[in-house]
Design a protein around this ligand. Structure first.
Ligand code: NAP
Ligand code: MG
Length: 489
């Protein structure tokens, strides 16, 4: 950031957003927000807690039973589409907020705001096109299924893509008529707080969309255990995911969990390497590797190992981290804790004798106080090593050689995760066989789309979580089915 921005006064906390209005958190406390590229405080948010969560849940309940609940699907859709348009109208303002809060390159922040708008456009358009069906039954009966909203839905999102996560979790919940309470991440939530104002401007009735910023162990814990919440949607770490699922079970409600991964890119000997290379590298560099669906394992057929690795090394060595305005390949990590986590994986790799094949650099002029790390390429990484099995959540790519198709599938499926995968080959039959056997919620063939595709059902298995977001599948998860059986003869 330039001198002008770094000397600007710290932005004051807006409060908690309940019934379309800002009010101070009951605690009276605020939380400092750091710009990761600067390593300095530039804003504050309210420290919401249990009382604020309770007020937000009550507001949502009133909305669900009142004005919001009475709206037709067409009108809900119109409001969401209008919010999508307002987000587009404010794209420049929102891009700057998102970039500074997360430190991602401006180009990426801009793409994220467009994606956020797309969520509201897509689910706004879908609101009146999602419905139940009739079922042929015994003579004298009429049977129909109806998709009903859960009621009040609780949402917890992480700091890596605040704008996209906001759209991904709230747009389908609202489209199906739920009233929502969101606890965003303390590390980066300024874009969601600004978009809440746009939602009110679009005309969302009071209580349909409430936001309580605060720390996870206070506001988050109060939300996941609140008996007035009918469904939970969580994206974040597997550890907190277990807490969410446990609390949901205690209240006899269901949840979707999106908990990250160790996603493989499987490269066969017949890969079109020129076409693949940008995706192979970008899949781990995008958002400094802080992406749930980052392609963090590069599985390469032994026959092609030297050729593929040489090309990846050449590209990796040119990568540069910098401030949002520098708009380079990647920004800083979100906080010092995340930086330390990534560095400790690298230190362990050195201890374990894993070769560092290449690394990028931090740009000259990037602030010393920023939480930058240079992207790193390791290989060959033994399959049992932590670098081959655990989520680093940073710009660290592990290369793992494999023998043949069967070995590729076994290696791809050799972690506790299963979120997405990429298969690179020009043999269509092999691509299809592998895609069908890899354990993941999404498999790309000759492409890789970390985070992309609003229309495409997305979610994981096992430690990556469960439930599907995006696409029409999200509308299923945010509703429950009622079957109405009428005897008319
Ligand atoms: P995290 O603790 O799971 O944070 C995710 C969200 O959960 C945040 O909003 C957080 O609030 C909230 N939270 C934390 N403790 C909670 C609790 N006891 N009850 C309810 N909500 C709670 O993840 P993190 O600490 O930010 O990151 C740690 C690791 O998780 C990363 O290194 C990465 O491996 C993984 N991760 C995955 C994703 C993903 O997209 N799947 C995203 C982020 C992180 P506060 O942060 O405000 O306290
Ligand atoms: Mg921040």
């Amino acid at each position: 950031m330039n001198d002008k921005t770094s000397q600007a006064p710290v932005q004051k906390a807006k409060g908690v957003f309940i019934d379309n209005q800002w009010r101070p958190a009951k605690s009276g406390r605020v939380i400092d927000v750091y710009a990761p590229a600067e390593g300095a405080v530039f804003a504050q948010i309210a420290a919401g807690g249990a009382e604020d969560i309770d007020a937000a849940v009550q507001a949502a309940r009133r909305a669900h039973e009142g004005a919001w609940g009475r709206l037709t699907a067409v009108d809900r859709g119109r409001l969401l589409s209008k919010l999508g348009q307002l987000i587009l109208d404010h794209v420049d303002e929102l891009t700057l907020i998102e970039a500074r809060d997360t430190s991602k390159p401006l180009r990426q922040a801009h793409a994220d705001i467009l994606a956020c708008a797309r969520y509201f456009e897509f689910f706004g358009g879908a609101a009146d096109k999602f419905h139940g069906e009739t079922i042929p039954f015994m003579n004298g009966y009429f049977v129909a299924t109806e998709r009903e909203p859960h009621g009040v839905t609780g949402h917890i999102i992480p700091w890596n893509y605040p704008a996209q996560m906001f759209g991904r979790t709230l747009a389908p919940a609202l489209a199906t008529g739920n009233a929502t309470v969101l606890k965003p991440a303390e590390d980066a939530c300024l874009t969601p707080l600004r978009i809440a104002e746009l939602a009110a401007e679009a005309g969302l009735p009071e209580g349909a969309l409430n936001i309580v910023p605060g720390i996870g162990s206070e506001a988050g814990a109060a939300l996941i255990s609140h008996p007035g919440v009918d469904f939970l949607s969580f994206t974040g770490s597997p550890e907190v995911g277990v807490m969410v699922q446990t609390e949901a079970a205690k209240n006899h409600i269901t949840c979707t969990l999106e908990l990250g991964g160790k996603s493989p890119q499987i490269v066969f000997d017949d890969v079109d390497l020129d076409a693949a290379l940008p995706s192979l590298v970008n899949a781990i560099v995008q958002n400094a590797g802080q992406t749930c669906s980052a392609g963090s394992r590069l599985l390469v057929e032994k026959k092609a190992y030297d050729r593929v690795v040489e090309a990846v090394i050449a590209r990796f060595s040119t990568l540069k981290a910098g401030t949002p305005e520098m708009d380079l390949d990647l920004g800083a990590l979100i906080n010092p804790r995340q930086k330390k986590r990534v560095e400790s994986f690298c230190a362990r790799a050195a201890d374990d004798g894993i070769p560092l094949l290449a690394q990028g650099s931090v740009a000259d002029g990037a602030p010393q106080a920023g939480y930058f790390v240079a992207p790193k390429l390791y290989g060959p990484v033994p399959r049992a090593n932590t670098l081959a099995r655990d989520e680093v959540f940073g710009p660290v790519l592990s290369v793992i050689p494999f023998d043949d198709e069967a070995d590729a599938i076994a290696t791809a499926n050799g972690t506790d995760f299963g979120l997405i995968a990429g298969v690179w080959t020009q043999d269509a039959k092999r691509a299809t066989r592998v895609a069908r056997k890899v354990r993941a919620g999404q498999v790309y063939v000759n492409a890789y789309g970390a985070g992309g595709g609003i229309e495409l059902p997305f979610g994981g298995v096992r430690k990556s979580g469960h439930g599907r977001e995006k696409g029409f599948a999200a509308l299923h998860d945010f509703t429950t089915m009622k079957t109405i059986i009428v005897k008319h003869d």
